[in-house]
Design a protein around this ligand. Sequence first.
Ligand code: DQQ
Length: 601
Amino acid sequence: MRALGSVALAWLLLLHQLAGASHVVYENLLETEAATTEAVPPSIVDPLLRTGYHFQPQKNWINGNAVNLFIRDLGRAPMYYKGWYHLFYQYNPKGAVWGNIVWAHSVSRDLINWMALEPALEPSIASDKYGCWSGSATILPDGTPAIMYTGVNRADVQYQVQNVAYPRNASDPLLREWTKPAHNPIIVPEGGVNGTQFRDPTTAWRDERDGRWRLLVGSREEARGAAAAPRGVAYVYRSRDFRRWARARRPLHSARTGMWECPDFYPVTADGRRAGLDTSVSSSGTRVKYVLKNSLDLRRYDYYTVGTYDRRKERYVPDDPAGDERHLRYDYGNFYASKTFYDPAKQRRILWGWANESDTAADDVAKGWAGIQAIPRTVWLDPTGKQLMQWPIEEVEALRGKSVTLKNRVVKPGQHVEVTGLQTAQADVEVSFEVSTLAAAERLDPALAHDAQRLCAVKGADVAGGVGPFGLWVLASANREERTAVFFRVFRPARGNNKPVVLMCTDPRKSSLNPNLYQPTFAGLVDTDISNGKISLRSLIDRSVVESFGAGGRTCILSRVYPSLAIDKNARLFVFNNGKADVKVSRLTAWEMRKPLMNGA
Ligand code: DQQ
């Protein structure tokens, strides 16, 4: 069993030496050999931009497809209070860029305070010699977990196979050591499968009718016609013993989107309850819908559809026939390679995504770290069945400290109101807005009606409107030359419709005086009925991340920003209204957020 001591020491030594934030064009790094931290110069990015309560290792590169599992107190009766949450994530132990990928491992009692352990999986066998890439954990019927992961077994073409690993000692609730059986690899690309695009096995689910396990592996199939786009594919593999796996004749689903990384496939209750379902939920009983999420390698966003799983045909059918093109996203900002897991302690499904940096790769190397995890979100199906809802897990509220509340404060057109009396560089803000009238709403340009991101780029926070833009300026400097706007803008109903169109947007174009940043506007439409004038917003602000939830979690946007002035005690918070209609803040509460134990021991 490995001792925690060395990790603790390393953690203490490294704490507070780390800094900043940066934009990494991750795709461009895939071919790059990792830099090491040995040559890291003193930080050029302010250390106060390092996030306080978002998950981060002590240093180096982290990328998505975190695998989470909740282990009941192993070997005993299920006693949830003794359980641990485990997070495994893609990590470069040698530097702040992608490369040398291992499975780093952290454990937590509450998904907020984390202890770092030694990596769970490192390259050590022929079938993972060049990297332990993404995968998933499955709890087997006897309560022990199995990890399925992608191993890279050829460096030149990054050839990918699937391996399995088991805990060396299942009675250790921290699962510190993992073994790789000699029969690895257990799934290899064959029968026309593209071995260089074949990765990220899902959590397996078991069909009680035949007792067989199923899992998906993401892939890409080249198109037949020269002009056609390659297809993203989710292959189904089946097994009785978790050792011999055979591919089903047809994939679960596919679409013309390019490579599907990190597929995730899970059941949700169809009646709008927040209760989550185990991935192996039985086919009878509760009315169940399914979600298929894929991380689109070409776009670097996570897209999902809601649909039906036909167990007999082993096929998934999205409810919306155009769903694969319609592009519902978990998050309309910086959020990729996410994964969900079922938490039996609180009977909920939790979604966790990764956000990379938005400054330069040179900044990453300089500050010695890159990448964070978003705050875990409870995810459930909206009663309409059309989309998912998301909300930060309740545990994050334990970090709330000093608070300030505003009530019934009217913000006139062109005005702003500062929320004073607390520091807001690390804060949680919940606001309920009420617009006085919808009559002033602008006409929506039909050419932009289906492109929220372009709409926001054209109609940013500083473009005066009718109903909105109104919302928050967060991480703002005293006289607001730096500010990140998180806001709504309401448009008249589109032709043939009677619902006003609500745009939610994060506009970081004024977030920093630093010119070397990637500052895209991020936006999504909010499928809500605003005819009573009411809409809510929550923003989790954490030094270099702003994670926002519109209308109770209908539309979510995570954005990375790197102020040069609005740092630490100099960060301010405002409510603004740049429209023609009055906007009332019915209630706003802002809390200072404490720093949890973040990968200490
Ligand atoms: N990166 C991993 C892959 C996954 C992608 C390699 C997304 O397994 O497809 O680190 O993070």
